[in-house]
Design a protein around this ligand. Structure first.
Ligand code: B1M
Length: 216
């Protein structure tokens, strides 16, 4: 039985084949497959399986890097389609996103950023490995409605807490709502550090932001 386009995307990520990922992403668009489905049911599944193998020591950093690059290559084709899919809308609000200090994971955060833009939010994506001081400076500079902190490492989650504490010290905690996400984070962790919300995936992140902005 020929593998589905989702299985082909998953295999291309597992093999770390960036070129094949790009080709298959284009093929999925030709087949009128919703870009977010190709990401969720194909690319993200591939990178998750590499991550699981990495945690069991069955693959090593190079495979992780190649899988991440392959996923990003596929997303470079699909994310613009998600953005284009939504007609011009008035801005629903301003969201600033970044991955915390010491953490260079970007893929999940960038999907969240794209979905928020497609939904009609203005998104300021300040990248990865962002120090807590820079987060505070950028909040002062841009006055976002929402600040989103992504962390993919257990070791960097404390930086999410530190940003919230520093915003509080700077008298900014009531001026911006802080949400967190990233694979190891949980709702309990969000409550413990005084975040305004937590989301386990990009789609729920958009719902959470709409709720928080709506409730402003
Ligand atoms: Co890294 N890495 N990695 N890695 N890596 C993980 C996270 C890991 C879980 C793999 C494992 O061991 N199973 C593990 C962390 C273990 C832990 O601490 N709990 C790990 C490790 C250990 C490492 C290194 C330390 C490896 C090493 O060097 N020894 C190193 C750390 C470097 C650093 O950050 N300082 C490292 C490096 C990397 C790469 C850079 C090679 C690469 C990232 C490439 C890139 O992002 N540009 C990479 C990758 C690809 C992974 C895995 C395989 C996949 C992550 C990913 O992109 N998932 C990952 C394994 C895993 O997560 N199971 C792993 C796909 C993406 C769509 O999902 O990122 O979860 P995710 O995002 C989701 C949700 O989390 C949510 O929505 C997204 C879309 O649905 N979300 C938010 C994300 N951010 C959000 C923010 C929000 C709301 C929702 O609001 C603000």
């Amino acid at each position: 039985m020929t593998p589905s386009i989702f299985e082909e995307l998953e295999i291309a990520v597992i093999e770390g084949d960036s070129e094949q990922c790009e080709e298959l992403a284009k093929k999925s668009l030709d087949q009128k497959i919703p870009p977010l489905d190709a990401i969720t049911n194909g690319l993200a599944k591939g990178v998750k399986s590499v991550g699981d193998k990495f945690s069991k020591g069955e693959v090593f950093l190079v495979e992780l890097i190649m899988a991440g690059d392959a996923m990003k290559a596929g997303m470079s084709v699909l994310l613009p389609e998600i953005k284009a899919s939504k007609a011009e809308m008035k801005t629903l609000g301003k969201v600033m996103l970044g991955t915390v200090d010491g953490d260079i994971h970007s893929i999940g955060k960038d999907i969240v950023a794209t979905l928020l833009e497609a939904e009609g939010f203005e998104v300021i994506n300040i990248g990865e490995d962002v120090s807590s001081e820079i987060f505070v400076e950028k909040v002062k500079e841009h006055s976002p409605d929402i600040l989103g902190l992504s962390s993919l490492l257990t070791a960097t989650m404390p930086a999410q807490k530190e940003v919230i504490e520093m915003l509080d010290k700077a008298g900014l905690k009531d001026k911006v709502k802080v949400i967190i996400g990233g694979a190891p984070t949980t709702n309990e962790w969000a409550d413990e550090i005084g975040a305004d919300g937590w989301a386990g995936d990009a789609v729920s992140a958009v719902e959470l932001v709409k709720q928080l902005v709506g409730g402003n």
